[in-house]
Design a binder for this molecule. Structure first.
Ligand code: CP3
Length: 352
C-alpha cells in the first residue's frame, strides 16, 4: 500500500489529506546533486540509459523536498531515438537528430519500435525506481505526444518557427498523418510497457500542440492523443492508472481535451484555475499551474503567488478535491533550489 496516495486520489477526485504537488522537471539541472550525477554519467543519454543513475536522480528531489509524486527520469525523445533517428545532445544547444524525418521514403519506412527491445533501458529504470520508492509516493511514467515528438523528428531538433513540420502539415498532410499514426502506435506500446513495469500514472507531454491552429490542433494533436488513451491499460493489480494530458498553450481547447478520455488536464499559467475548474472540473481533475518564473522571486512572494493559484481553484468549487499542484511548465535550471521549500510549504499548508 502506498503511504502517500494523495496524488492518485486527487487525479480520481477523491478526498486528500493535503493538496498533492510535484514539479515538472523536478529532477534536473537546478539541483547541484543532479549536475554532479550527470557529470559522473558523462552525458545526459548515459544518465537515462543507466537504471541505477536514473534512479539516483529521480530520488534526488524527493530527498530534498516533501513531494507527493516521483517522475521517471528519462526524456520524451527516447522514442524517436528508438525509431532510428539518432538522438544526440550538443552542449548548450538542446536535442538534435542525426536523421531528421523529411523524405517520403524514410517516412514510409518508419516503424513503431518494440519497447521491450530498443527502450528496455527505460523499463529497467522504471522497475528499479519503483522498487527504490518502496511505496512512499507514486511513480509517474510519461511520453511526448505524437505531434510534439513529430516536431522534433521533422525539425531535427528544437525550433522557433516549426517551419518544416508546418510546411509538411499544409503541403503533404498525408505524410504527417503517417508519422503521427506510427508514433501513436509506438507511444501506446511504450506507455503500456511503463505501466507493466511499475508506472502508477502516465502523462502525455504535448509541449508544442499549442503552436497549432484550432482545426490543426484537433486533427494533428488531440486526435492522436485520444487514440493513445483508448489503447492504454487503465488498471494494474486492481489499481486504476490515471492519464494526464498536458498541452502547453492548450487553454482554449480545455473542453475538448477533457473529453479525450484522460483523467486530468495539465494547465500552463496562462489559464485561470478557477475558470478551468468551472469549465471542466465536473469531468476531470486539473494539474498546474504556477508560472515557473515565480520561483525567482523571494520566498514570501512565492507563497503569495501559490496561494493565488490555490484560491482561484477554490472559488469554483466547495473543496480542494481534484487538484494536483504543479508548475505551468518545467522548472528552470536557474531556479535557486532553496526557493522551492516556500512553494511546498504554501501548497501543503493551504488554506492557512
Ligand atoms: O520531469 C522530470 O524530472 C523527468 C524527466 C524529464 C526530462 N525531460 C529530463 C530532461 C521529462 C519529463 C522531460 C520531458 C521533455 N523533454 C519534454 C516535455 C516537457 C517540456 O519541457 O516541455 C521535452 C520537450 C523534452 C525534450 C528535451 N529534453 C529538451 C528540449 C531538452 C533540452 C532543453 C533543456 O532544458 O536544456 C531536453 C534535455 C533534458 N531532459 C534535460 C533534463 C533534465 C536537461 C539535460 C541535461 O541534463 O543537460
Amino acid at each position: 500500500m502506498l503511504r502517500n496516495d494523495n496524488f492518485l486520489r486527487a487525479l480520481s477526485k477523491q478526498p486528500v489529506t493535503r493538496i498533492p504537488l510535484w514539479l515538472m522537471r523536478q529532477a534536473g539541472r537546478y539541483l547541484p546533486e543532479y549536475c554532479e550525477t550527470r557529470k559522473r554519467a558523462g552525458g545526459f543519454m548515459t544518465l537515462c540509459q543507466s537504471a541505477d543513475l536514473a534512479c539516483e536522480v529521480t530520488l534526488q528531489p524527493l530527498a530534498r523536498y516533501d513531494l507527493d509524486a516521483a517522475i521517471l527520469f528519462s526524456d520524451i525523445l527516447t522514442v524517436p531515438d528508438a525509431m532510428g533517428l539518432g538522438l544526440y545532445f550538443e552542449t548548450g544547444e538542446g536535442p538534435r537528430f542525426q536523421r531528421p524525418l523529411r523524405e517520403e521514403q524514410a517516412i514510409n519506412e518508419l516503424f513503431a519500435p518494440d519497447p521491450y527491445d530498443s527502450l528496455a533501458y527505460v523499463l529497467d529504470a522504471t522497475r528499479v525506481i519503483r522498487k527504490a520508492l518502496d511505496n512512499s509516493v507514486p511513480l509517474i511514467g510519461f511520453s511526448g505526444s505524437p505531434y510534439t515528438l513529430a516536431c522534433y523528428m521533422v525539425e531535427g531538433g528544437s525550433s522557433k518557427d516549426f517551419r518544416h513540420i508546418k510546411t509538411m502539415l499544409y503541403t503533404r498532410p498525408d505524410l504527417l498523418h503517417r508519422i503521427l499514426t506510427v508514433t501513436s502506435q509506438a507511444v501506446t506500446a511504450y506507455l503500456n510497457a511503463q505501466i507493466e513495469n511499475g508506472a502508477q500514472a502516465v502523462m502525455l507531454f504535448d509541449t508544442w500542440g499549442g503552436s497549432l491552429s484550432n482545426a490543426a490542433y484537433q486533427e494533428f494533436s488531440l486526435a492522436y492523443m485520444r487514440q493513445i488513451i483508448a489503447g492504454l491499460r487503465r488498471e494494474r493489480d486492481g489499481e486504476k492508472i490515471p492519464v494526464i494530458v498536458f498541452t502547453k498553450g492548450g487553454g482554449l481547447w480545455l473542453e475538448s481535451i477533457a473529453e479525450s478520455g484522460c483523467d486530468a488536464v495539465g494547465l500552463d499559467w496562462t489559464v485561470s484555475l478557477g475558470d478551468a475548474r468551472r469549465r471542466v472540473g465536473g469531468k476531470v481533475a486539473l494539474q498546474g499551474n504556477l508560472d515557473p518564473n515565480v520561483l525567482f522571486a523571494p520566498p514570501q512572494t512565492i507563497a503569495l503567488e501559490a496561494e493565488k493559484v490555490l484560491a482561484s481553484y477554490q472559488t469554483a468549487g466547495d473543496d480542494m478535491t481534484g487538484l494536483v499542484f504543479n508548475l505551468g511548465h518545467g522548472i528552470s535550471q536557474f531556479t535557486p533550489p532553496e526557493h522551492v521549500h516556500a512553494l511546498i510549504e504554501a501548497v501543503h499548508g493551504y488554506p492557512r
